[in-house]
Ligand binder design. Structure first.
Ligand SMILES: [Zn+2]
Length: 144
């Protein structure tokens, strides 16, 4: 499968990059692995060589993961209250869900955020910022 290599000035599709990241794939080529372990982003793509260590996802993926999990669990809790259910059933179902669900969501959410950062050239993902000579080549020219 051919790997597309973009020029520094090439447009980066945010939707495709986020989707590739959510599939735990390189936001650039969509084939290489984004992570080298559970939540550790690989330094470079193993297929196209794109530098991935520039990401700064920080606390945003856990925040999003907890936000989604909270909404799911609160909805489930409110729905379960319509039935007369013993309290131990709440404890046996919702507590494990509160632990497992954020952990299951976290890699895809982090991948999507890294993909968004790559597509919007945040931090070190901007080729021109890393190499000022590229900024001169890709800057819009003023018409005379
Ligand atoms: Zn790649």
């Amino acid at each position: 499968m051919p790997v597309q290599v973009s020029t520094p000035a090439a447009q980066r599709s945010a939707g495709r990059a986020v989707w590739n990241g959510m599939r735990l794939r390189c936001p650039h080529c969509g084939h290489g692995h984004l992570f080298r372990s559970f939540l550790k982003v690989a330094d470079t793509c193993d297929v196209c060589g794109e530098e991935l260590f520039h990401h700064r996802a920080d606390d945003f993926p856990p925040y999003i993961s907890i936000f989604i999990t909270g909404h799911i669990l609160v909805g489930a809790l409110l729905e379960l209250q319509a039935f007369e259910i013993a309290p131990w059933i709440y404890f046996a179902t919702l507590v494990p869900a509160a632990i497992v669900l954020p952990l299951a969501l976290l890699p895809s959410i982090k991948g999507g955020i890294v993909g968004l950062q790559w597509a919007t050239r945040m931090h070190g993902f901007d080729d021109a910022r890393r190499n000022p000579a590229l900024a001169l080549l890709t800057a819009p020219r003023a018409s005379a």
